[in-house]
Design a protein around this ligand. Structure first.
Ligand SMILES: NC(=O)c1ccc[n+]([C@@H]2O[C@H](COP(=O)([O-])OP(=O)(O)OC[C@H]3O[C@@H](n4cnc5c(N)ncnc54)[C@H](OP(=O)(O)O)[C@@H]3O)[C@@H](O)[C@H]2O)c1
Length: 299
């Protein structure tokens, strides 16, 4: 009897529902006049949903890794606040590219090392989108400085932007995360674990950021706020070029020689990892310092 009922159920499913689904698909494909149109549409809808309805702030997002993270977040359905310090035109270009592709973004100027600016950044975020789900601390100050040249001013410049900045933004973000929680992604560096000569201040700020990441994951876990850091390897950006790591340079050759995957990273290599950490797919990942570096090892 049970078997008969089950068979009846199967019969109805196959006679009524399955043909209806196939028929709809065929009609849509015919209307679209493109055999793969329906499949592509399905894939697109699925892809768009990874960060759908989420609101993100990305600091230092006018160029380089930050800009790529902002664009990838928007392509996955997030509404993005593109923060910049001085590069207004570049930030506007990022916003224009996002909105031109059907996404949502605004540009907000703020120096992350200044409390008043950070306050305004998050007020603008609240005004535009109402709440926050994702914070990416990407903004950076970096100088090649042998220890004799590491002045008190240089010390404070590094620590103000790279450590105080994330502390201030995280404090402000906590007020905007909803009861559902949030995701904080700190963009650290391979330099935190493999410091090179001449960048002691920069490396120290990134080691501090990794420690803050682990500590806050424990402090904020009960509120379902996940805190992770990404440690990029050598990545092609304007910042890297200004630091002398240009295409074909000796510095690039040295980095590539220490990278098992045999190339420098592109900003999108880092952005894709950030999308994953920001998404619900990473719902049980917190307190991690994750290298995204082509396997780069010490010097
Ligand atoms: N590229 C690499 O090889 C590499 C390797 C390891 C780690 N990383 C990390 O990845 C992140 C991005 O690096 P990147 O190479 O893309 O950097 P980048 O090209 O130098 O861009 C850095 C951005 O930070 C912004 N910024 C600087 N000070 C700021 C402040 N006080 N407030 C707000 N924004 C500020 C700048 O904004 P404005 O232009 O508006 O002034 C700039 O757009 C950094 O955290 C870096 O440490 C990079």
């Amino acid at each position: 009897m049970i078997i008969t009922n089950y068979m009846h159920k199967e019969f109805f499913i196959h006679i009524n529902i399955v043909p209806a689904v196939y028929l709809s698909a065929i009609i849509i494909c015919i209307i679209g006049n493109y055999p793969w149109g329906f499949l592509n549409l399905l894939k697109w809808v699925q892809k768009m949903s990874t960060l759908k309805n989420k609101v993100a702030v990305v600091t230092g997002a006018a160029r380089g890794i930050g800009a790529s993270i902002a664009k990838h977040f928007a392509a996955e359905g997030a509404k993005v606040v593109v923060n910049y310090a001085s590069s207004k035109e570049a930030a506007d270009r990022v916003v224009k590219e996002i909105t031109g592709n059907g996404g949502t973004a605004i540009a907000v100027q703020a120096d992350v090392s200044k409390e008043e600016d950070v306050k305004r950044l998050f007020e603008e975020t609240k005004k535009a989108f109402g709440w926050l789900d994702i914070l990416v601390n990407n903004a950076v100050f970096q100088q090649y400085l042998p220890i004799e040249q590491a002045t008190t001013a240089a010390f404070h410049q590094h620590f103000d932007v790279n450590v105080l900045g994330p502390v201030l933004t995280i404090q402000a973000a906590l007020k905007l995360f909803s009861d559902k929680g949030g995701s904080v992604i700190n963009i650290s560096s391979g330099a935190s674990k493999m410091p090179m000569a001449g960048v002691s201040l920069y490396s120290a700020t990134k080691a501090a950021l990794d420690a803050i990441t682990i500590s806050l994951s424990k402090e904020l876990g009960a509120r379902n706020i996940r805190v992770n850091s990404i440690l990029p390897g050598a990545t092609e950006t304007e910042g890297a070029s200004s630091a002398g790591v240009t295409t074909g340079s000796e510095a690039e050759k040295m980095f590539v020689a220490h990278t098992p995957l045999g190339r420098r990273g592109q900003p999108e290599d880092i952005a894709k990892a950030a999308v994953f950490l920001a998404s619900d797919d990473a719902a049980w990942i917190t307190g991690e310092n994750i290298s995204v570096s082509g396997g780069m090892y010490g010097f």
